[in-house]
Design a protein around this ligand. Structure first.
Ligand code: PLP
Length: 367
């Protein structure tokens, strides 16, 4: 059996270092808003080339607090892609604003800049640009459009830590970027955690207040805030893993190159890597019109796969829209995408096994 993802391998290798990081926090007994969190904030801000990192409880909370810090609320519209993880849109509703779904480019499943331009109205306050699967959205065009219309850009970089566009890291393009350290992400905590990155002092100050009950210092609560901090145990463990991130990213890219080479020419849609992009392959996601049959065949052959995601966001029951009519590219992607095993600890033999199984499965499926 070749697993879709096996986190125990990473944790087995790093066990001693992770446990000593936990012990360091236990010995300090400072668990919330301490030195580890501050150090991690500085390290990740530096990686994205911005001045501020602000640790919060999850990637979802990072999006919520970004919207709150930008002053988004009832009566506002926020543009978001019709194909993503649900939080790229549900957080807009949590803020009391209206998500305006825009269709995606078929090649990279990123926001289509032309559809984006048509969706902007005088009520648009912000755009959520998602770097899906680890491939950057065309962020230069999105930021230029946003600037021209006076709206803010939130980069949802939950899947894209370490990715770059035109050589500049994602997370450093928009007004604010959101990271997730959900355990299965490329930099995963041992629990929930997230972070905002920004160059804007006003947004960093606002989020530092908002994550801690709207506290401007010493129990002085100046606005309605939340309770969402990245705790010291998670921060200390994340700092251990951050030292491996670049090496892990290279391993993912090497594996992706191997898949690209071995699967080229087959009747299978392969991920596209724009020449301006550094794709960090959070997911290696292929496309096939008979996706469910392909997944079932691979399961029989002992290869784990996952579907990211089985519905376009607007057709989730939460929103209940007809995606086929409104967002045809997103609708089609939801029926064709299939993610193959792609993680740094996958062995050479396992990668060979995945390739052989995909070839065998396709032979059976092709009419
Ligand atoms: C994981 C993810 C989130 C949410 O992050 P959590 O830490 O799980 O709350 C938001 N957007 C995208 C694109 C994600 O992949």
């Amino acid at each position: 059996m070749i697993p879709f993802l096996d986190l125990t391998r990473q944790h087995h290798e790093l066990r001693a270092e992770l446990l000593s990081a936990v012990a360091r926090v236990l010995d300090s007994s400072r668990f919330v808003l301490g030195a580890e969190g501050q150090a991690l904030e500085a390290e990740l801000a530096r990686l994205a080339g911005v001045r501020h990192g602000v640790g919060v409880g999850s990637g979802t909370d990072a999006l919520r607090l970004a919207l709150a810090a930008l002053g988004v609320g009832p009566g506002d519209e926020v543009v978001t892609p019709a194909f993503s993880f649900v939080a790229s849109a549900s957080t807009i509703m949590m803020a009391g604003a209206r998500p305006v779904f825009v269709d995606v480019e078929p090649a990279t499943l990123a926001l289509d800049p032309e559809a984006l331009e048509r969706a902007l109205t005088p009520r648009t306050r912000a755009i959520v640009a998602v770097h899906l699967y680890g491939h950057p959205a065309p962020i230069d065009r999105i930021v230029a459009l946003a600037r021209a219309h006076g709206v803010a850009v939130i980069e949802d970089a939950a899947q894209a830590i370490g990715a770059a566009w035109d050589g500049h890291p994602v997370g450093g393009w928009g007004d604010v970027a959101c990271l997730s350290f959900y355990p299965t992400k490329n930099l995963g905590a041992c629990g929930d955690a997230g972070m905002l990155l920004t160059d804007r002092d006003d947004l960093a100050d606002a989020v530092r207040r908002l994550r801690h009950h709207g506290d401007a210092g010493r129990y002085h609560h100046v606005e309605l805030g939340y309770c969402s901090r990245l705790d010291e145990v998670q921060a200390a463990m994340l700092r251990v893993k951050l030292r491996r991130l670049e090496e892990w990213t290279e391993a993912r890219r090497g594996l992706a190159a191997r898949y690209h080479k071995a699967l080229a020419g087959l009747p299978l849609g392969l991920p596209v890597e724009n020449p301006r992009a550094r794709h960090i392959y959070h997911l290696f996601t292929v496309r096939h019109p008979r996706r469910d049959a392909l997944a079932a065949r691979l399961a029989e052959l002992g290869v784990g796969t996952m579907v990211h995601y089985p519905r376009a966001v607007p057709e989730q029951p939460l929103f209940g829209e007809n995606a086929e009519r409104g967002w045809p590219q997103a609708w089609r992607a939801a029926r064709e995408v299939l993610s193959l095993p792609c993680f740094p600890e996958l062995t050479d033999a396992e990668a060979e096994g995945v390739v052989a199984a995909v070839r065998a499965a396709l032979e059976r499926l092709t009419p």
